[in-house]
Design a protein around this ligand. Structure first.
Ligand SMILES: CC(C)(COP(=O)(O)OP(=O)(O)OC[C@H]1O[C@@H](n2cnc3c(N)ncnc32)[C@H](O)[C@@H]1OP(=O)(O)O)[C@@H](O)C(=O)NCCC(=O)NCCS
Length: 178
């Protein structure tokens, strides 16, 4: 059994992120798209979840990530994935909560995201964090063509405050953002 931490991504993580992206999505972001978020987008933040194996100093494999934007009063969750072998450990929940905290620290009031209509795991994750369904965007996705569900958490503060206590029970550690 290992432990995991969350920390900001650097561009050196790009190959690992791309590998996870291609394993997790039917229409993955390209290397160029990921690189633009890591290096060229002033609104973008990129968090990594890393598995730390006890006894192996310095060994920390990337097991998940979250790309999000803070655009004035809004946090936009853009891209989230956790490798299959590390799912159901609270890692995605911790990544989203960290993003909400970063957003609140920058005066964001609400959070929004789009998710494939068939992605029941992600719906359950976001609902467990207090997000609610707002509307459907017909044929928003390609490969395969599918509707998007627009979800929103408004306001952020009360919900993320409630959920910080839940994350404490999960056992992951969160490193402060630099
Ligand atoms: C969706 C995804 C990010 C969840 O990652 P995860 O680390 O396993 O999620 P967590 O362990 O933090 O789960 C938190 C909550 O989400 C819900 N959830 C997560 N996976 C679920 C599943 N397969 N079925 C039902 N609910 C699920 C549960 O409510 C869970 O809380 P619980 O463990 O107390 O029941 C992961 O399955 C994934 O990477 N999927 C492929 C990529 C993807 O769909 N990304 C999201 C695009 S919007």
């Amino acid at each position: 059994m290992g432990d995991w931490v969350i920390e900001p991504a650097t561009v050196e993580a790009l190959p690992d992120i791309l590998q996870i992206e291609e394993a997790c999505f039917s229409a993955p972001w390209t290397r160029k798209m990921l690189e633009a978020e890591l290096t060229g987008n002033p609104f973008a933040h990129f968090l990594l979840a890393k598995r730390v194996t006890p006894g192996e100093a310095g060994s920390a494999a990337i097991v998940g990530y979250l790309c999000f934007w803070v655009v004035f009063e809004e946090v936009r969750l853009m891209n989230l994935a956790v490798i299959e072998s590390m799912r159901h450990k609270g890692i995605a929940r911790a990544l989203v909560m960290q993003a909400l905290e970063v957003g609140v620290a920058q005066a964001a009031m609400r959070a929004v995201l789009e998710v494939r209509a068939s992605n029941h795991a992600a719906h359950a994750l976001y609902r467990s964090l207090g997000f609610r369904d707002v509307t459907t965007r017909p044929t928003y996705y390609t490969n395969p063509i599918e509707d998007a569900l627009l979800m929103e958490l408004d306001p952020i503060v009360s919900e993320s405050g409630r959920l910080t206590q839940q994350a404490g029970r999960e056992g992951g550690r969160i490193r402060p953002l630099q």
